[in-house]
Design a protein around this ligand. Structure first.
Ligand code: MG
Length: 353
C-alpha cells in the first residue's frame, strides 16, 4: 500500500469518532505549512515531535511535589506526564474522541515546568516582567525554543491544549475562562487532576506526611478506600457524566468534559486536604523557600551574566531577562542545584529535607 494511502485510511477512520471530536484532517493547521506525512495523521506527528524533544527528556529530573527526593518510587514530572497520558487516553477512547490529539496534548502539558515544581514557578512569577506560568512557558518551548529556535511547528489544536492545560486552584474542573477549545484538551486538563490527586496521596504517604487513615471520610466513602478504587471511580464518573454532557444535540448545546456533582465534591475535598497537609504544610516551608531561593539566585545571576548562558534553548535576539528565564526554567532540579552550588550562589543548600 502506498504511504499516503495509509494516512488517508487513518483519517477516514476519524470520521467514525464523535461529531464533537477534533479531526486531524480538519485541523486549523500549522504556522508554517508542511508536506503531510505518508504514514501518520497530523496529531500523531505532533505527539511524536513532543516525545522526541530534550525538554520532554528533562521531565525525568524535575520535581512533581517532593524536591529531589531520595526514594526511587516518587513521582517525577515524567512519570506524572505518562500517567496523565494514560488516564486521558482511557477517557478519550471511551468518549469516542481523538486519542492521538489527547495524547499529544498530555505529553506536552507540563513541558514548560521549571525546576522544583510550583516553588520554582512562584519564584519566576515574582521576578519576571509580566509574571511566569508554566503553561505559557510550555507554549514557548514548543513554539520557539526547541529545534534550535525553530520550534516544533505544532498544529493549532495541540498548542491550544498546552496553553490552557493548567487550572486555577478553586476547583478541580476549573472551567470558565481559559478553557481549551477542544474536548481533547479538556480531557487532559481533568486527567491531570485525576493523576496528581492520586499519586500525590501515595507520595505523601511514602514521605510519612500523612497516613491512608487521615483522608477525609467523604473521600474514602465516595471515591474509594484504595488508590486504584479512587482512580477508577473518578475516571468512570468523568466518562459517564461527560457522555451525558456530549451526547445531546441542539443549537445552543456546548459539549463539555465534566464530573458528576458528588464525585467532584469529594475530589475537591481531597484537593483541599492535600493543600493543607502536603503542598502548603508548614513543615515543608523551608524546602519550598530554599527551592525558590535557588531559582531566584540563578535567574538574577544569569540576568547579570548573560554571556555565561550555555544553552541551545535560549534565543540570542531576546532581551537578557527572557534569556535568563528560559535558561533557568529549562533546568532540571539537579542541574539547578549543581549550578547554584558551583557558582556559590546559595550557601547551605542541602540537606533540604
Ligand atoms: Mg500536570
Amino acid at each position: 500500500m502506498a504511504g499516503y494511502e495509509i494516512r488517508r485510511r487513518l483519517e477516514e477512520r476519524e470520521r467514525l469518532l464523535s461529531p464533537f471530536a477534533a479531526k486531524s484532517y480538519a485541523s486549523r493547521g500549522r504556522e508554517r505549512p508542511e508536506e503531510p506525512c505518508p504514514l501518520r495523521t497530523e496529531f500523531q506527528r505532533d505527539r511524536d515531535r513532543i516525545l522526541h524533544t530534550k525538554a520532554f527528556r528533562r521531565l525525568k529530573h524535575k520535581t512533581q511535589v517532593f524536591i529531589a527526593p531520595q526514594g526511587d518510587h516518587f513521582v517525577t514530572r515524567l512519570t506524572h506526564t505518562l500517567e496523565v497520558a494514560q488516564i486521558a487516553r482511557t477517557i478519550a477512547r471511551a468518549l469516542n474522541l481523538n486519542e492521538d490529539l489527547t495524547e499529544a496534548i498530555a505529553l506536552g502539558h507540563d513541558i514548560g515546568h521549571p525546576p522544583f515544581g510550583h516553588a520554582g514557578e512562584e519564584a519566576l512569577d515574582e521576578l519576571l516582567p509580566g509574571g511566569f506560568r508554566h503553561a505559557q512557558q510550555g507554549l514557548r518551548v514548543v513554539e520557539c525554543l526547541e529545534r534550535g529556535g525553530q520550534g516544533l511547528n505544532l498544529t493549532w489544536e495541540v498548542r491550544d491544549g498546552i496553553r490552557y492545560s493548567s487550572k486555577p486552584r478553586e476547583d478541580i474542573l476549573g472551567l470558565g475562562e481559559g478553557t481549551p477549545s477542544t474536548l481533547e484538551g479538556q480531557v487532559v486538563r481533568i486527567a491531570d487532576a485525576v493523576a496528581y490527586l492520586n499519586h500525590d496521596v501515595a507520595d505523601a504517604i511514602r514521605a510519612g506526611l500523612i497516613a491512608e487513615d487521615d483522608l477525609p471520610s467523604v473521600v474514602k466513602e465516595v471515591l474509594g478506600a484504595t488508590p486504584s478504587q479512587r482512580i477508577d471511580t473518578m475516571i468512570r464518573d468523568i466518562v459517564e457524566a461527560s457522555w451525558a454532557a456530549t451526547g445531546e444535540m441542539g443549537l445552543d448545546f456546548t459539549p463539555r468534559i465534566v464530573m458528576g456533582e458528588k464525585v467532584r465534591e469529594a475530589a475537591n475535598a481531597l484537593r483541599e486536604f492535600l493543600f493543607e497537609r502536603v503542598y502548603r504544610w508548614e513543615g515543608r516551608r523551608r524546602e519550598w523557600e530554599i527551592a525558590k531561593e535557588v531559582v531566584r539566585a540563578l535567574y538574577l545571576y544569569f540576568l547579570q551574566n548573560p554571556h555565561q548562558i550555555q544553552s541551545e534553548f535560549v534565543l540570542a535576539e531576546d532581551p537578557p531577562w527572557r534569556r535568563a528565564a528560559d535558561y533557568v526554567a529549562g533546568m532540571t532540579d539537579h542541574y539547578a542545584l549543581e549550578t547554584a552550588r558551583c557558582l556559590r550562589l546559595v550557601p547551605d543548600l542541602l540537606p533540604m529535607r
